[in-house]
Ligand binder design. Structure first.
Ligand SMILES: C[S@@+](CC[C@H](N)C(=O)[O-])C[C@H]1O[C@@H](n2cnc3c(N)ncnc32)[C@H](O)[C@@H]1O
Ligand SMILES: [Zn+2]
Length: 395
């Protein structure tokens, strides 16, 4: 992490500022660790006046509610520094939800696509979702709330944004390690924070754009998590949320059966079950696709494994309607509330907080064509070829 990220971080417990102590600087682990050029801190401690402290591990601030106690390994390997700050590392409990740990642990940054999309497609989907052009996004600060494997967050920096990826999962150190594959020379504009979107450890008004895709319905209370993100958007900024919609009976039966497995299996065993199911799923969906019954994106067996696990494992999988979400945005005082990013399994809504900072820009740079099927309407957008090895999809 860069030292100046501390300026927008808050203690998740009391929402006060944090003071950074660097244990290992970024430059010292050059070539051996996850640090990329421009990083100042590989290992450190963020201390709050309330008495809580939070580790920085692999260049990622870990701002979980239970602080150091949630990460015993850190306490063991940095015992002297941690104890000198007056903290005990026992009596802890992991706060992570099981799916976030297993899910991204199998993602291969060298080879895998996320959700069957190439990076270029994901950037286009993002731009369609938020209905903003490259010119409008350039120079802005984005929060990717629930950034998953962090590849999209990193890639979005190539649009000229500073990006913070927030997620509960432990694998953000790996995301940091690989961020220059996706952000290239702009990787110092990308930061990851391990934290809870339902209690974001970030300062109000820090972001021009808050984007959360496929995340809030996995929290205990989607609406409440939405409300917690609202203050992070600065005046005139935009917020975009994508959630699961209601599905037809057949899909519900399929999903519910998969989720029955979760009730009887440990996350590890469920992952194994998904690995076993994935080849059959691949053959089945490719046959349906070939016969023209339904369309599916082409994915490898491992990518399907991850998708199946993502569908079956989460503790919460709430479903919502467009009306519900639009009402939430309205209640929070958003304007220009618009449904965007409809897919067969969900939809998104965005809104602007007061007079839009994006509208103040040259209107000729605005999107002309949005909302057509396929979520990839920015055909004219010139994107740099991704450095990632993600292979193009054929569907
Ligand atoms: C389906 S993935 C979507 C990831 C990413 N937005 C994308 O589109 O690729 C859901 C992500 O939400 C994260 N998540 C779930 N609950 C969370 C919470 N309370 N706080 C932060 N992240 C959370 C999980 O760790 C997981 O990475
Ligand atoms: Zn505090």
């Amino acid at each position: 992490m860069n030292k100046n990220l501390t300026e927008i971080l808050l203690c998740p417990h009391c929402k006060e500022n944090l003071e950074l102590t660097i244990i290992v600087g970024g430059e010292e682990v050059e070539g051996s660790g996850p640090m990329t050029p421009g990083s100042d801190v590989a290992t450190g401690v963020l201390k709050c006046a309330c008495g809580d402290s939070y580790p920085v591990i692999d260049g990622v601030p870990r701002l979980l509610e239970k602080g150091l106690r949630a990460l015993p390994v850190f306490g063991e390997s940095n015992q002297v520094e941690v104890e000198s700050l007056g903290h005990q590392t026992d009596d802890y409990e992991y706060i992570r939800q099981s799916f976030s740990r297993e899910e991204w642990s199998i993602f291969d940054y060298e080879r895998d696509k996320t959700w069957g999309w190439t990076l270029e497609e994901r950037i286009r989907v993002f731009m369609d979702d938020v209905a903003l052009s490259r010119d409008q996004l350039g120079g802005k600060v984005l929060l990717d709330a629930g950034c998953g494997n962090g590849t999209l967050s990193a890639a979005l920096s190539t649009l000229g944004m500073k990006v913070v990826g927030l997620d509960l999962n432990e694998g953000l150190g790996k995301a940091g390690h690989y961020k220059s594959r996706y952000a290239r020379e702009l990787s110092s504009n990308v930061e990851y924070v391990q934290g809870n979107v339902s209690n974001p450890p970030l300062k109000p008004g820090s972001f021009d754009l808050v984007y959360s895709s496929g995340v809030l319905h996995h929290t205990p209370d989607t609406k409440e998590s939405f409300r917690q993100l609202v203050p992070l958007v600065k005046e005139g900024g935009r917020m975009y949320i994508w959630v699961y919609g209601r599905r037809n009976v057949l899909v519900r039966i399929y999903m519910d059966s998969g989720r029955q497995l979760k009730k009887v299996l440990s996350p590890k065993a469920l992952l194994t079950a998904c690995r076993l199911l994935a080849p059959f799923y691949k053959v089945g969906t490719e046959a349906l696709d070939f016969l023209g019954v339904m369309t599916f994106r082409k994915r490898t067996v491992r990518e399907i494994t991850l998708d199946l696990f993502d569908a079956f494992a989460p503790q919460y999988n709430h479903r919502h309607t467009e009306e519900e979400l639009k009402a939430w945005f309205k209640k929070e005082g958003f304007a220009n509330i618009t449904v965007s990013g409809k897919q067969k399994h969900g939809f998104g809504v965005y809104g602007d907080k007061g007079r839009s900072i994006f509208e103040l820009q040259d209107p000729t740079t605005r999107l002309e064509d949005k909302g057509t099927p396929g979520r990839s309407t920015l055909q004219t957008t010139v994107l740099p070829a991704p450095l990632s090895p993600e292979t193009p999809v054929s569907s």
